[in-house]
Design a binder for this molecule. Sequence first.
Ligand code: BGC
Length: 755
Amino acid sequence: MFLFQRIVLFLFLYLSGAQYLFAQWPLSDSTERAIDRLLAAMTLEEKIGQMNQYNGFWDVTGPAPKAGADKFKYDHFKQGLVGSVLNVRGVTQVRALQELVVKQSRLGIPLLFGFDAVHGYNTVLPIPLAEAASWDLPAIERSARVSATEAAASGINWTFAPMVDISRDARWGRVMEGAGEDPFLGAKIAVARVKGFQGNDFSSPFNILATAKHFAGYGFAEGGRDYNTVDVNALTLHNTILPPFYAAVNGGVASVMNSFNIFNGVPATASHFLVQDILKRNWKFKGVVVSDWGSGIEMIDHGFAENLSQVASLAANAGSDVDMESYAYVNHLSEEVRKGNVSIATIDQSVRRVLRLKFMLGLFKDPYKYCDSTRERVYSMHPEHSQVARDMAKRSMVLLKNEKQLLPLVEKGKKIAVIGALAADKNSPLGNWRLAAKDSSAVSLLEGFDAASISYQYAPGVKLVAGDPVHFVQELAINTTDTSGMAYAISIARTADIVVMMLGEHGLQSGEGRSRAQLNLPGLQQQVLEAVYAVNPNVVLVLTTGRPLAITWAAEHIPAILLAWQPGSQSGHAITDVLLGKYNPSGKLPMTFPRSDSQLPIYYNHFSTGRPGPKKEVFWSHYIDESHAPLYEFGFGKSYTHFSYSDLQLASRGDTVVVQVNLTNTGSVVGEEVAQLYIHDRFSSIVRPIRELKGFKKVQLAPGVSTTITFELPVSLLGYYNETGTLLLEPGWFDFYVGGSSAATLSTSFLYSKK
Ligand code: BGC
């Protein structure tokens, strides 16, 4: 009988023409009608099943439950009570589970398979914050494409990326996952990533659903402490937090994930205001809202819901369509419907969204679309992906300082010492969120030097202490007590011509749950740095990190600093390419580097105070024991060549402000520059930041060559949102700045007058 029903259902869908519509977004009427018919055939429990997501705590080919599997009933798959899973991957596993559901559940509705393919899958690309430093949208899109291709080949059809949370606080470990502090750059990168994951056509088995997360405000956790309270005003919400989400939604993102935090005193997962009003009503988002891991059940700890039944009705009514890891919908939602706390219409709306994604991907036509073992073999760690990873890593690096012409390295005839445990480490460069990658599979810096036939002497200085990669304790990463390796490191530094030191954070010291109160070089690294510098000042510091660090001493003393971030699988090769000048660094900071962690939050697009100073007397907005300036400002980054900007021109053409500037490569090598355009609204009914990024262009120039760069700025970009989210475009004077960072000095002004 089940078989008969499935045949009827299939015919329904087939004849309705739904199979031709999978690639389109938003979907056409006939698919919506096919969903209507499917909804009519479903029981309440089956509908709620589509809203229920389970984690892969088991071996599906077994099934042999692993730790955690006691939380759900395995039979739920056969009963059609599960709509999607996360962390089930690999073609064999995915096919086995899909088959179980498609063949044995009453309606055979295929599952979605979700996974955090954040910056790569088997091949690991640079951490997202590093990629943001490239300001290179086509490259970022290519990188997401690699993640999608490998994940899709392994059975995954839904990634929980990109994270588009803006953050101004480097203590927050998850800054490594985002695009930094600026909403304009963040919005552009969000779109590039969504395009990279989803492509243009969901009929392709290489395209997967993307997720803009975490909606909303998660990056503003107080004190940078993960999961902490968020208390921001409506202006920050509309002008800073929401723009990347809005861009992702307009860019066709298939899903949005709730955040863990409260917003206006309400957990985001139950926020009618955020999800129903802004996302679904105002923005007309048609995809799925998935909760974050247990963000439903956490409403109890927030002091908002008393029990899981309440969690279920609050989240469902707020428009959170899928429950990840709270077990609230599967166990309590039908009862809440029966009690009248949640309407059937609400359930149907959520289920429709889930089914829509399944139609869009073509899973009703072919539930095993992502289950091709040949594809899995061919695309996992495809050599072209390594090329993309190496290229992306080079584009992501930021040259922070280069004195004494230490870089590019001229290694011939020079004695080189390499110091730092991280230079030999093959795990740290993968960064956090690299769940599908093989541990310790990155090319270390030493291996990069070997491959380039660079001779060197090596000393770790201070050792790494192995930690548990899942429940990693940050103090374990870099030794804090054992100084036994220091003498040897100092001895090889003393006799070297150049010392390359690779220092910074271990790759697992940033990411979820890894907030840090101090943004120093962890462990004894600062001590080694100073001791080495004392015997040999010709130090090139390769800084590896998942977040901005307060490296003020290094910035003052060390002549050359290359910020490599956590560059991914090809780390050592990419760093070597940059150190040798085979690639001229072109990255620019997507986040301000503070002088001290006590300056946080620090960001370039702040408001002016009433006492901006500087003044001779004490009564102006500053610190008496530290500068209030950043160490390196947003947008900053050097090159092995030099660029100069001149002749800034501005013209108004209809609703567009046309800004032109002349850019010249005044150095002696080819280089790329990210020209940045900032505005400042002098006076407005709600005060505006001292500078706001409104355009950027990355261009390559041969030495001695000049070019004209043109920015075409729609006047709407001169506007801003008020506290109700209405765009205000007010007449008045605007300052325009163009240059190589947010501290650009070349400026002109523009009077905007409404027609
Ligand atoms: C994270 C999400 C992630 C989810 C599933 C949560 O802890 O906050 O970003 O997608 O886990 O792995």
